[in-house]
Design a protein around this ligand. Structure first.
Ligand code: NAI
Length: 390
């Protein structure tokens, strides 16, 4: 079970860029970061509209003086304060991540950034180098990797319970955008606009989540891929609302990824199936407390979160907040990740790099590979789905 008593003397002073009133993902960050009392939100540049930012910030309990009209003003003013922010989360549309992240690192802040972290791997690598130079950490919000059953899956693969990994099936295929709703939904409008979304829509927006589950659980590296992408709503071109990717991994395993926003009738359908030489596992984000475990020749088993038969080594910060049987979900997964980010940021603040390195987080390398996935898929799709090296 989760150790509620783990506390710092003072919570990490934390700010946000984006995630303002009505945004899709702002509340998830605030809820997750503050759940265990390890971060305290003290400042924000939540919105493009300065008045709405201040109004919103005050309404959620902030000092109006620390609700800023833009991120530049926030980083500058907070750096002057003795009690200024030590970390920032970036929850703005994709086009802004690179500049904001760079400015945050220059301001000496640890960062939690939304995915995809940049438009290009060159930019993402630049952020990695800058973070190293400044001794700061970039965490990337691959929010599904905080689920305890994902950590169980990772442990099972590492221990060889599946045998040698042969095939990985990944998908994140919802149906919410099966029609051209973008004229009514600003959050979809920017997602299908290349200047804001970047080189992809569904590959970057949701495909990166399923892809990172594979990377995180198996540790396997893609060697090359072939991608087919299209837009069933023609006005979304050149961005895709549906994509299929075939992958080869180093070591001989193969995989497929289906990312779609036009899977009519589907809620999320984010699933991963990992097939080994002896057994397979399967996880579905709509039933995150369960992990299917199928050994060839035996009846399938459903492993449940919070049970004694799971690997206990994954306890600690990946642990359940409540015993098995009660449903845990998305918010707990995010909170588990923010808990880890806090431990890593705190260790770095104390100069304890060894501890920081020992705690698993989705970090900058995870972010870089997500951007690389987008780049390589576009490269392949634009050349009649040719195989391209990863
Ligand atoms: P949204 O359009 O709903 O909200 C964006 C917010 O950022 C708004 O409050 C807007 O006023 C503000 N904003 C925009 N530009 C800004 C700037 N320069 N400075 C300050 N505030 C600014 O967008 P949504 O859906 O919340 O997505 C934001 C990011 O989060 C995207 O990168 C997206 O890919 C990611 N995301 C990640 C999810 C995850 O599961 N990790 C889920 C949903 C979104």
């Amino acid at each position: 079970m989760f150790h509620e008593e783990r506390r710092f003397e003072q919570p990490i002073r934390w700010g946000m860029v984006g995630g303002g009133r009505g945004s899709q993902i702002g509340y998830s960050h605030r809820n997750a970061a503050q759940r265990d009392g390890l971060f305290r939100l003290v400042a924000g540049a939540f919105d493009l509209n300065a008045d709405r930012c201040r109004d919103f910030g005050v309404n959620i309990g902030l000092d109006g003086e620390r609700c800023y009209p833009n991120y530049q003003a926030m980083f500058e003013a907070e750096a002057q304060r003795e009690d200024g922010i030590q970390a920032v989360s970036i929850a703005t549309p994709n086009a802004t991540h690179y500049e904001i992240c760079k400015a945050a690192l220059h301001a000496g802040l640890h960062v939690v950034c939304e995915k995809p972290i940049t438009f290009t791997t060159v930019e993402a690598e630049e952020l990695k180098a800058l973070a190293a130079e400044k001794q700061r950490v970039i965490g990337v919000m691959y929010g599904y990797t905080g689920f305890p059953m994902i950590h169980q899956a990772r442990e099972m693969v590492a221990r060889g319970d599946l045998g040698e990994i042969r095939v990985v099936n990944m998908q994140f295929a919802h149906g919410f955008h099966n029609e051209a709703f973008e004229e009514k939904e600003p959050g979809l409008k920017w997602r299908v606009s290349p200047e804001v979304s970047g080189p992809t829509y569904v590959i970057g927006d949701i495909g990166t989540h399923a892809f990172y589950l594979c990377e995180m659980i198996t540790g396997m590296q893609v060697s090359r891929l072939s991608c087919m992408r299209q837009s069933f709503i023609p006005s979304r071109a050149p961005l895709e609302d549906n994509a299929h990717v075939m992958m080869e991994f180093e070591g001989g395993a193969v995989g497929t990824l289906w990312a779609s926003a036009v899977n009519a009738g589907s809620m999320h359908q984010q699933k991963i199936r990992i097939v080994g030489s002896k057994a397979s596992i399967e996880w579905w984000d709509e039933h995150p407390n369960q992990l299917r475990f199928e050994i060839q020749g035996e009846p399938p088993r459903i492993l449940d979160r919070g049970m004694g038969y799971l690997y206990q080594e994954i306890e600690g910060v990946a642990a359940s907040h409540i015993g098995g049987g009660h449903a845990e979900g998305y918010f707990e997964s995010w909170a588990n990740l923010y808990h880890r980010f806090a431990l890593v940021f705190d260790a770095m603040n104390r100069g304890d790099e060894e501890t920081a390195a020992s705690i698993w987080i989705p970090g900058i390398d995870a972010g870089i590979n997500g951007v690389r996935l987008c780049e390589k898929c576009v490269e392949s799709a634009d050349s009649q789905s040719a195989w391209v090296d990863f």
